[in-house]
Design a protein around this ligand. Structure first.
Ligand code: HEM
Length: 483
């Protein structure tokens, strides 16, 4: 801001910012004190609706660098050359807490990454977990209702949380992950990120591949125990946000090594797990991690509201060479985010500095609406036209997918080794004895808050089906706590 006298919003100098204008000394306040009215009115409108999920978060700008050639898999321009760099913005978050909630809690962490590419912004809106609780978007609002505040008590209720999970056995894998050591990262810097869904890459020759993204932290994985987190959340609710900002301020730039798993499109139909089921990983033995990039965060936002609260990310923001998969969760998300942005930030949210393309410009025939800035000046606002202006390319961003059958409310197809428990059991059996103990203790503490036996029993039964030993130990631990 330039130097000079304080002004009103209209730029007129302010004579007195301490005393409102009254009718006589000690008399009532006058409507002609427009500075007072303007200040009170603006203050009333400072908030926008917080995100319906992932409300609590922190963000930073950075640089993505290509470190290996992946042009045989994708024609995305920002991945076209080893050494090529692209500006990014990454917003980390928790899921269930409101805007002012504490950072050090057991919850998945959001890992929402915007690449400002020369072909438009590419958003990868992932989490710090490779899987999710459910596999169909139609269940998402119900699921989130159980994670948020109960309509009667106004608090998160163990009854609701474990009722839903117990009745949704596909959640067993993600819940096992969440109550294990990685369920409470020590900071945003000390955790991995995942695209989680399967996406499509396609190359110049028109070949399609199914891919999964992995961002492995170069800081090393560091977690908090439940006890450490309880103390930190109370002492410093902003712990993760502060840690990120301070690390960048002192030049200790956090980074992640970026990998992709690649499945040739033709292998999807016969793969042992449904590759579009978000509750499943692709074991690395089946599809190894291919390293192709480095992500570094190196610049803090200057204004949290403008750049973090108003930042928008959409899984529907693709660029040429990258597209969606038929994952039913992803398909729901392709709608949900743009809709949320139009409600939460407004129809011109994409025009804000943090959201608009930085390496190209948006050229659309959409116009006007709240807070339109007139950027198109006098250009024609329709197409086709005889006056020049933006035109279609006739080349789709992604390759078409073959489908067969009739329409209907279909259950996600099951492949040879698919069931709701197999990968949860594998995850449990991979854990060290110490980690298994902490997992059982964390889960038992949470389940012991459930008030109904049938709800607790059903929840425990899912873990029993994942692994007999897991179920037995959990049942004993819950019994010991519930008496
Ligand atoms: C069908 C399932 C889902 C639906 C309908 C859904 C919907 C939403 C909505 C409406 C928001 C708020 C967006 C905003 O106000 O700007 C959001 C935020 C977010 N979601 Fe989802 N979500 C789903 C599943 C997932 C999954 C599976 C992941 C990760 C793999 C994920 C990651 C995120 C992240 C990281 C954010 C925060 C983005 C930011 O920082 O602005 N969501 N989600």
């Amino acid at each position: 801001m330039t130097q000079g006298p304080l002004t009103t919003e209209a730029g007129a100098p302010v004579a007195d910012n301490q005393n409102s204008e009254t009718a006589g000394v000690g008399g009532p306040v006058l409507v002609q004190d427009q500075l007072l009215l303007e200040k009170l009115a603006h203050f009333n409108r400072e908030r926008i609706p917080e995100r319906v999920v992932h409300a609590r978060g922190a963000g930073a700008y950075g640089t993505f660098t290509v470190t290996a050639d992946v042009t045989r898999y994708t024609r995305a321009a920002f991945l076209s050359e080893v050494g090529k760099q692209t500006e990014t913005f990454l917003r980390f978050s928790t899921v269930a807490g409101n805007l002012g909630a504490a950072d050090a809690v057991r919850d998945p962490r959001g890992f929402a990454l915007k690449f400002y590419t020369e072909e438009g912004n590419y958003d990868l809106v992932g989490n710090n977990t490779p899987v999710f609780f459910i596999r169909d978007a139609i269940k998402f609002p119900d699921f989130i209702h159980t994670q948020k505040r109960d309509p009667y008590t106004g608090s998160q209720e163990a009854d609701n949380v474990f009722d839903f999970w117990g009745l949704s056995p596909e959640s067993t894998h993600q819940v096992t992950w969440l109550f294990g050591d990685r369920g409470i990262p020590a900071s945003y810097r000390h955790m991995d990120g995942f695209g989680s869904h399967t996406y499509q890459w396609n190359n110049e020759a028109g070949e399609a591949f199914w891919v999964k993204y992995h961002f492995k932290t170069d800081q090393g994985i560091k977690n908090l125990t439940a006890e450490e987190a309880e103390i930190l959340a109370g002492k410093d609710p902003d712990s993760h946000q502060r840690d990120l900002r301070e690390a960048i301020e002192r030049g200790d730039f956090p980074s992640w090594t970026v990998y992709v798993q690649v499945m040739p499109a033709a292998e999807a139909a016969t793969y042992r797990f449904n590759p579009f089921d978000l509750t499943k990983v692709w074991p690395h033995a089946d599809y190894p991690l291919i390293e192709f990039g480095k992500l570094e965060l190196n610049r803090n936002p200057e204004n949290i509201f403008a750049e973090v609260e108003q930042s928008i990310f959409s899984p529907a923001h693709f660029v040429p060479g990258i597209g969606p998969s038929p994952d039913k969760m992803l398909q729901g998300r392709l709608f949900a985010y743009g809709d949320a942005h139009r409600y939460r930030v407004g129809i011109n949210a994409d025009h804000l500095p943090v959201n608009r393309p930085h390496a190209t410009e948006a050229r659309t025939h959409s116009r006007d609406g709240y807070l339109y800035d007139g950027r198109h000046k006098g250009a024609k606002n329709y197409e086709p036209n005889s006056f020049g202006g933006p035109f279609q390319t006739d080349r789709a961003l992604w390759q078409p997918v073959t489908v067969t059958g009739v329409t209907g409310e279909t259950v996600t197809p099951v492949h040879a080794e698919d069931n709701d428990f197999v990968q949860a059991g594998n995850l449990y059996r991979l854990m060290s004895e110490d980690e298994k103990e902490r997992l059982v203790k964390n889960l038992a503490n949470a389940i012991s808050g459930v008030t109904r036996d049938d709800i607790a029993d059903r929840a425990i039964n899912n873990f029993r089906q994942a692994d007999g030993d897991f179920g037995k130990r959990l049942e004993a631990a819950v019994q010991a706590l519930r008496g």
